[in-house]
Design a protein around this ligand. Sequence first.
Ligand SMILES: C[S@@+](CC[C@H](N)C(=O)[O-])C[C@H]1O[C@@H](n2cnc3c(N)ncnc32)[C@H](O)[C@@H]1O
Length: 117
Amino acid sequence: MFEQLKKRLKNKKMRVMHGDALSLDKIPDNSISKIITDPPWGIFQKTTLSLVDFYFKMLKEFLRVLKKNGMAVILIGQPEIFEDAMEKCSGDWDVLGKYRILVSGQKAVLYKLRVMH
Ligand SMILES: C[S@@+](CC[C@H](N)C(=O)[O-])C[C@H]1O[C@@H](n2cnc3c(N)ncnc32)[C@H](O)[C@@H]1O
Protein backbone atom coordinates (compact mmCIF):
# COMPACT_ATOMS: atom_id res chain seq x y z
CA MET A 1 0.00 0.00 0.00
CA PHE A 2 2.84 2.34 0.95
CA GLU A 3 4.62 1.78 -2.39
CA GLN A 4 1.34 2.22 -4.34
CA LEU A 5 0.56 5.47 -2.53
CA LYS A 6 4.10 6.76 -3.13
CA LYS A 7 3.71 6.05 -6.86
CA ARG A 8 0.27 7.70 -7.06
CA LEU A 9 1.49 10.87 -5.34
CA LYS A 10 4.86 11.02 -7.13
CA ASN A 11 4.21 14.31 -8.96
CA LYS A 12 2.26 15.97 -6.15
CA LYS A 13 3.72 18.26 -3.51
CA MET A 14 3.37 15.56 -0.87
CA ARG A 15 5.77 13.38 1.04
CA VAL A 16 4.76 9.80 1.85
CA MET A 17 6.36 8.29 4.93
CA HIS A 18 5.90 4.99 6.69
CA GLY A 19 6.32 4.84 10.45
CA ASP A 20 5.05 4.15 13.91
CA ALA A 21 2.41 6.56 15.25
CA LEU A 22 3.92 6.13 18.72
CA SER A 23 7.37 7.23 17.63
CA LEU A 24 7.33 9.71 14.74
CA ASP A 25 11.10 10.04 14.85
CA LYS A 26 11.46 11.31 11.25
CA ILE A 27 9.21 14.28 12.07
CA PRO A 28 10.75 17.27 13.90
CA ASP A 29 9.10 19.02 16.88
CA ASN A 30 6.48 21.71 16.12
CA SER A 31 6.51 21.07 12.36
CA ILE A 32 2.99 19.84 11.49
CA SER A 33 -0.24 21.86 11.21
CA LYS A 34 -2.83 19.08 11.03
CA ILE A 35 -3.09 15.37 11.73
CA ILE A 36 -6.02 13.27 10.49
CA THR A 37 -5.98 9.68 11.64
CA ASP A 38 -7.93 6.48 12.22
CA PRO A 39 -5.82 4.70 14.86
CA PRO A 40 -6.56 1.14 16.11
CA TRP A 41 -9.93 0.83 17.86
CA GLY A 42 -8.85 -2.07 20.05
CA ILE A 43 -11.88 -4.02 18.80
CA PHE A 44 -10.75 -5.82 15.64
CA GLN A 45 -7.00 -5.88 16.25
CA LYS A 46 -4.95 -6.07 19.47
CA THR A 47 -2.48 -3.25 20.15
CA THR A 48 1.03 -3.87 21.50
CA LEU A 49 0.32 -1.66 24.54
CA SER A 50 -2.98 -1.47 26.40
CA LEU A 51 -5.33 0.76 24.38
CA VAL A 52 -5.23 3.58 26.94
CA ASP A 53 -1.40 3.55 26.93
CA PHE A 54 -1.36 3.39 23.11
CA TYR A 55 -3.60 6.47 22.87
CA PHE A 56 -1.65 8.32 25.58
CA LYS A 57 1.69 7.70 23.83
CA MET A 58 0.17 8.64 20.46
CA LEU A 59 -1.34 11.88 21.83
CA LYS A 60 1.99 12.84 23.44
CA GLU A 61 3.80 12.24 20.14
CA PHE A 62 1.18 14.30 18.26
CA LEU A 63 1.71 17.12 20.79
CA ARG A 64 5.43 17.02 20.08
CA VAL A 65 5.16 17.27 16.27
CA LEU A 66 2.21 19.70 16.06
CA LYS A 67 2.78 23.44 15.79
CA LYS A 68 1.17 25.90 18.21
CA ASN A 69 -2.61 25.74 17.65
CA GLY A 70 -2.12 22.64 15.49
CA MET A 71 -5.10 20.36 15.09
CA ALA A 72 -5.76 16.62 15.21
CA VAL A 73 -8.87 14.89 13.87
CA ILE A 74 -9.06 11.37 15.29
CA LEU A 75 -11.60 8.62 14.66
CA ILE A 76 -12.15 6.46 17.74
CA GLY A 77 -14.18 3.30 18.37
CA GLN A 78 -13.96 3.25 22.18
CA PRO A 79 -14.35 6.88 23.30
CA GLU A 80 -14.25 6.14 27.06
CA ILE A 81 -10.73 4.72 26.72
CA PHE A 82 -9.63 7.57 24.47
CA GLU A 83 -10.96 10.14 26.96
CA ASP A 84 -9.06 8.42 29.79
CA ALA A 85 -5.89 8.88 27.74
CA MET A 86 -6.76 12.53 27.06
CA GLU A 87 -7.28 13.09 30.79
CA LYS A 88 -3.76 11.75 31.39
CA CYS A 89 -2.51 14.48 29.01
CA SER A 90 -3.64 16.97 31.72
CA GLY A 91 -5.06 19.84 29.72
CA ASP A 92 -2.74 19.68 26.72
CA TRP A 93 -5.69 19.42 24.31
CA ASP A 94 -8.71 21.61 23.67
CA VAL A 95 -11.68 19.58 22.39
CA LEU A 96 -13.19 21.66 19.56
CA GLY A 97 -15.72 19.06 18.49
CA LYS A 98 -16.95 15.58 19.22
CA TYR A 99 -19.14 13.95 16.57
CA ARG A 100 -20.94 10.64 17.12
CA ILE A 101 -21.09 8.74 13.84
CA LEU A 102 -21.58 5.24 12.47
CA VAL A 103 -18.75 3.55 10.55
CA SER A 104 -20.04 0.45 8.73
CA GLY A 105 -22.78 0.21 11.36
CA GLN A 106 -20.26 0.49 14.24
CA LYS A 107 -20.61 3.37 16.71
CA ALA A 108 -17.63 5.71 16.60
CA VAL A 109 -16.66 9.22 17.66
CA LEU A 110 -14.73 11.73 15.59
CA TYR A 111 -12.70 14.08 17.80
CA LYS A 112 -11.49 17.48 16.62
CA LEU A 113 -8.68 18.59 18.95
CA ARG A 114 -6.41 21.60 19.16
CA VAL A 115 -3.07 21.84 20.91
CA MET A 116 -3.19 24.16 23.90
CA HIS A 117 0.55 25.01 24.00
C1 LIG B 1 -8.73 1.37 12.54
S1 LIG B 1 -7.46 0.81 11.46
C2 LIG B 1 -7.46 2.07 10.25
C3 LIG B 1 -7.73 1.55 8.91
C4 LIG B 1 -7.64 2.61 7.80
N1 LIG B 1 -8.56 3.69 8.04
C5 LIG B 1 -7.93 1.97 6.46
O1 LIG B 1 -8.97 2.29 5.86
O2 LIG B 1 -7.13 1.14 6.05
C6 LIG B 1 -6.01 1.16 12.37
C7 LIG B 1 -4.73 0.98 11.60
O3 LIG B 1 -3.63 1.40 12.42
C8 LIG B 1 -2.52 0.55 12.17
N2 LIG B 1 -1.61 0.63 13.32
C9 LIG B 1 -1.56 -0.14 14.45
N3 LIG B 1 -0.57 0.26 15.27
C10 LIG B 1 0.04 1.31 14.65
C11 LIG B 1 1.14 2.14 15.00
N4 LIG B 1 1.81 2.00 16.15
N5 LIG B 1 1.49 3.12 14.13
C12 LIG B 1 0.83 3.30 12.97
N6 LIG B 1 -0.23 2.55 12.58
C13 LIG B 1 -0.62 1.57 13.42
C14 LIG B 1 -3.16 -0.81 11.98
O4 LIG B 1 -2.32 -1.67 11.25
C15 LIG B 1 -4.45 -0.46 11.21
O5 LIG B 1 -4.19 -0.49 9.83
